[in-house]
Design a protein around this ligand. Structure first.
Ligand code: ZN
Ligand code: ZN
Length: 366
């Protein structure tokens, strides 16, 4: 990304806060700061904070020891005034002394509480959460961001396509998970964000963590994996496998799930609501008698964070527009027995969706 592109993003945020009647927004390290500046500062106890006012002026305060890093990220080239603070200074007061009076400000939702209170005390007025001001901008991806998400999807597909090398009866979830984690990095990700290997009854827990349970022949295994690419965009894909043939009733349930995932994918297009995509999947599962076993929303937005707006859930009346990126991941979960989930990351196009994940959505018998 060029400095001008980041400057343009900051300008959009300035306009958005201005429209809502706010004079400042404060943003500490995390995905919001990376999105606006490309600066991947670590969230640490020392204050690093971007301030943007409604006219589009911006300041970044960093600890003096982080100044070389901020300079290396080209912060001044983006038109951002760089301020550094030394160990014995009060960074909050220094920041507000630079920005001038603040009266009606917002902070990013994931700011640490101690930073939020520090800013509030320095400006002497209440602060609000940025919420949709930032998420509405980040949720609609540019063409370059869509490309990045599809590259991340292709990378995680490479890993799913090798599962047969690692997943077999007699191995533990943890052993399989270790091999998958290595492959996530080998496929081009910079970090491994999560590896879920839910075998047999553990598949009934959607966010099961790796355990030392030994995988048995004939049981389904839910594999949900993701990482972050070097440019900051995330992958997230679930496929369900079985080591040997599964009970007939399970295959029947799985076929209903696959229809539900396909129905939601066929339904999603510009102009439909997020909640209607959820209903498209849910109604198929309900008709197939699996409504009570589908215990989570159909999906979540994805970008520089694995979970972000727009959420594909009942009650979200946001209309899809080209550039929205989100998961379609219905599942069914029978406690103490087994589970299944099929998850693709898709991006909304002018006419429908494009899937970032292309591996088979069939139950894969290994
Ligand atoms: Zn997932
Ligand atoms: Zn997901």
């Amino acid at each position: 990304m060029r400095s001008a592109d980041f400057a343009e993003r900051i300008d959009r945020v300035a306009k958005a806060i201005s429209v809502k009647g706010h004079d400042f927004i404060f943003i500490t390290p995390g995905a919001d700061l990376r999105y606006l500046t490309g600066y991947d500062a670590l969230p640490l106890e020392r204050l690093t904070c971007l301030a943007v006012n409604s006219s589009g002026e911006s300041w970044l305060i960093v600890p003096t020891l982080e100044k070389p890093s901020a300079l290396a990220h080209g912060i001044p080239d983006m038109g951002i005034t760089l301020i550094d603070w030394q160990e014995t200074q009060n960074p909050y007061e220094l920041l507000i002394a630079s920005t001038g009076k603040v009266s009606n400000s917002l902070i990013n939702n994931l700011m640490w509480a101690e930073k939020a209170f520090g800013i509030r005390d320095a400006i002497g007025s209440e602060i609000g959460l940025a919420g949709k001001v930032l998420s509405d901008i980040r949720a609609v991806k540019t063409v370059a961001e869509v490309t990045s998400l599809h590259e991340a999807g292709a990378a995680i597909d490479l890993v799913h396509n090798q599962i047969q090398n690692w997943l077999r009866p007699g191995r533990t979830e943890r052993e399989v998970g270790r091999d998958i984690a290595e492959a996530i990095l080998a496929a081009g990700h910079a970090t491994v964000d999560f590896v879920i290997v839910g075998s047999g009854p553990n598949g009934a827990s959607p966010h099961h963590e790796l355990s030392d349970r030994t995988i048995l022949a004939g049981e389904p295994v839910v594999v949900d994996i993701g990482g972050t690419m070097p440019n900051g965009y995330c992958s997230d894909s679930t496929r369900t496998y079985a080591c040997g043939s599964v009970p007939t009733e399970y295959q029947e349930f799985y076929n209903i799930l696959q229809s539900a995932q396909a129905a939601a994918s066929a339904h999603a297009k510009p102009g439909v609501t997020c909640e209607s995509v959820d209903r498209a999947a849910r109604s198929v599962l309900e008709a197939g008698g699996l409504g009570d076993q589908f215990i989570h929303r159909t999906g979540h937005g994805i970008g520089m964070e694995t979970h972000e707006e727009p959420y594909i859930v009942e009650g979200n009346e946001t209309l899809l527009v080209p550039g929205h990126a989100f998961s379609i991941e219905p599942g069914f979960y029978f406690a103490d027995k087994y589970g299944a989930r099929i998850e693709d990351i898709v991006t909304c196009t002018e006419t429908g969706i494009a899937s970032a994940n292309q591996t088979t959505r069939d139950l894969v018998i290994l």
